[in-house]
Design a protein around this ligand. Structure first.
Ligand SMILES: [Zn+2]
Length: 158
């Protein structure tokens, strides 16, 4: 699985984190690494990668993560992992789903420019009340809205 920063996580590690709201047995460093993950919607499940010789291998094009010739990315929301250079026409070459250029997430990028653009993307999503995977966030303050919708005589009683 991967977050908006393009960091990789084992699915088990994510589930364990989400099931441990008290954060018992987590170090400060681990909490910092996971703190932006509050729901499964904050990560995307990746497809088309295999663990191979201590690294991850992208099945499309058979390239390993970190190989100089290929920068690996994944697409939101399909989660397909692909070498950056095979993307061209806004359609995932693996599953055919259309994607926005902003939803191409570089995996483990060390480029400050790329990391900034990923953070900017997440800020935009938060303003649109969306999660990393594109799903709408649940509204946090339903109470005032209900009062506005209530008939005027009920509001007077309050
Ligand atoms: Zn796809």
């Amino acid at each position: 699985m991967s977050d908006y920063k393009g960091h990789l996580f084992n699915k088990e590690a994510i589930l364990e984190w989400l099931l441990t709201p008290g954060r018992e047995d987590y170090t400060k460093a681990q909490i910092a690494k996971f703190s932006h993950i509050r729901r499964l919607d904050d990560v995307v499940e990746l497809h088309g990668v295999k663990e191979h010789a201590n690294t991850l291998k992208c099945e499309y094009g058979d390239v390993a993560l970190g190989e100089a010739s290929a920068k690996l990315v994944y697409l939101v929301p399909c989660g397909d992992v692909l070498p950056r250079q095979v993307l061209s026409d806004g359609r995932c070459p693996q599953c055919g789903a259309s994607y926005q250029e902003t939803d191409v997430i570089a995996i483990n990028s060390s480029s400050a420019k790329v990391i900034k653009s990923l953070k900017d993307r997440m800020t935009r999503l938060q303003q649109e009340m969306r999660h990393h995977n594109g799903k709408l966030r649940r509204k946090l303050k339903p109470k005032p809205e209900r009062m506005e919708e209530a008939p005027p005589n009920k509001i007077r009683k309050l």
